[in-house]
Design a protein around this ligand. Structure first.
Ligand SMILES: NC(=O)c1ccc[n+]([C@@H]2O[C@H](COP(=O)([O-])OP(=O)(O)OC[C@H]3O[C@@H](n4cnc5c(N)ncnc54)[C@H](O)[C@@H]3O)[C@@H](O)[C@H]2O)c1
Length: 411
């Protein structure tokens, strides 16, 4: 099942649980605006290359639309649509005053030079600058993009609209980025994991973990879980997977990766088959890479007791059903990876106020938001007698539906 079909299905189940009016249900699914642009750039060798860029703005009933921009060869309109919709529910679950959007460019960022990436980002921004903005749509980094990408967008956007640091979040600190933003999604994953394990009388320090993905989210989650005493026994990225039953030395692995070396060449571990990673024996499995990685083929073999969805939609609905029957507890993406958008909100607030918070305040506020959302989701699970995914979806959909109804939507 593709990402859009899966997201729509979760939304519809939540809408039914809430007893939403069928017209409102239909209206909430339709995106506000879908943008598709051709981005042609000169490559370093003088030839021309063309890439397709997307921005889907899903809903703005609770505030400006918010969502990442992804650079990946598999970016397609359906997936961007699904991710934009997920952002609408995610910002509502997190109780930050935003709607949802998502964007992406179909490209392989690793095969483009820095100057080609800069040209591509600037051309994309030129094509969408009048459709994004501080109070309309605020992009952020996602897979394959980073704070440098946001700096280029900020610079290009400011040529048209004047200096506008709040138009993107996840910026470098020197350009108005927030302290703690780089680590925020991974830190939120750690807080979410802590909250879930505590519910089950467990702790990070008493558990072992398998992590897929060692980019922004995966590496910060790994570091922070390691600092809390959690044992990461296997880890993989696009280059391969490694394991060590006594726990990987994450600071040493970070140093290894930051020197540009591949995971498989790390001395403190043995190389393993990447197909085995998600079904490896562990207490907690944390997918931090692509969507759809847990599906009906591998779900029956999953041995983890808990799955924390740090990636967006890593679990196919068919896998969800299989995992539920096996008693695996899945903490859904629209809550588990919301730390990034929460600190993005703090960054936007700081830019608008022209006042910078210290990192301790950022992390403390993030902790508060993550804990509060967790308890609201649990309360929803209790009142609707449903699992965590439906609890989170119902919470988010209900908040968006209420805002839509209050604004009036039929005229
Ligand atoms: N960065 C954020 O703030 C943020 C916020 C919310 C959700 N997310 C989601 O988290 C996930 C990761 O985002 P990121 O920002 O860390 O991206 P990133 O580009 O920094 O890292 C992606 C990681 O995934 C790995 N990967 C890619 N293809 C893979 C494959 N086939 N098998 C195994 N590993 C593979 C890469 O090697 C890399 O380690 C995405 O699903 C993204 O949508 C990110």
């Amino acid at each position: 099942m593709n990402a859009l079909a899966a997201t729509n299905r979760n939304f519809r189940q939540a809408a039914r649980l809430l007893g939403l009016d069928s017209k409102l249900e239909k209206s909430l699914l339709i995106p506000f605006r879908e943008i598709k642009v051709e981005c042609t750039i000169p490559k370093d060798d003088g030839t021309l290359a063309s890439f397709v860029g997307f921005r889907v703005q899903h809903d703005n009933s609770r505030g400006p639309m918010k969502g990442g921009i992804r650079y990946h060869p598999e970016v397609d309109p359906d997936e961007v649509n699904a991710l934009a919709q997920l952002m609408t529910w995610k910002t509502a679950v997190a109780a930050v005053p935003y709607g949802g959007a998502k964007g992406g460019i179909g490209c392989s960022p690793g095969e483009l030079s820095r100057s080609e990436l800069e040209r591509l980002t600037r051309v994309f921004t030129q094509k969408i600058h009048d459709l994004i903005g501080i109070h309309t749509d605020v992009p952020a980094p996602d897979m394959g993009t980073n704070s440098q990408t946001m700096a280029w967008i900020l610079d290009e956007y400011s040529k048209f609209h004047g200096h506008s640091p709040a138009v993107v979040t996840g910026k470098p600190i020197d350009l108005g980025g927030s302290l703690g933003r780089d680590a925020a999604t991974g830190r939120g994953v750690m807080y979410a994991t802590e909250a879930l394990l505590a519910e089950h009388g467990k702790s990070i320090s008493g558990s072992n973990f398998v992590i897929q993905g060692f980019g922004n989210v995966g590496s910060w989650a790994a570091q922070l879980i390691h600092e809390k005493g959690g044992k990461i026994i296997a880890l993989g990225d696009v280059t391969g997977s490694i394991r060590n039953k006594d726990g990987l030395d994450i600071p040493a692995l970070m140093k290894h990766r930051n020197e540009g070396a591949a995971l498989k060449d790390f001395h403190g571990a043995e190389v393993m088959d990447s197909a085995e990673l998600l079904v490896h024996e562990c207490d907690v499995l944390i997918p931090c890479a692509l969507g759809g990685v847990l599906n009906r083929e591998n779900a029956p073999d999953v041995k983890a007791r808990f799955i924390i969805e740090a990636a967006n939609h890593p679990t196919d609905p068919e896998a969800d059903e299989i995992l539920a029957k096996k008693g695996v507890v899945v903490l859904p993406d629209i809550y588990a990876n919301s730390g990034g958008v929460i600190v993005s909100y703090f960054e936007w607030v700081q830019n608008i106020q022209g006042f910078m918070w210290d990192e301790e305040k950022v992390n403390m506020e993030l902790h508060k938001y993550m804990n509060s959302s967790f308890h609201h989701i649990k309360a929803m699970c209790k009142s609707q007698d449903c699992n965590l995914r439906m609890g989170a979806f119902s919470l988010g959909v209900n908040r968006v539906a209420r805002a839509t109804l209050l604004r009036g939507w039929e005229a």
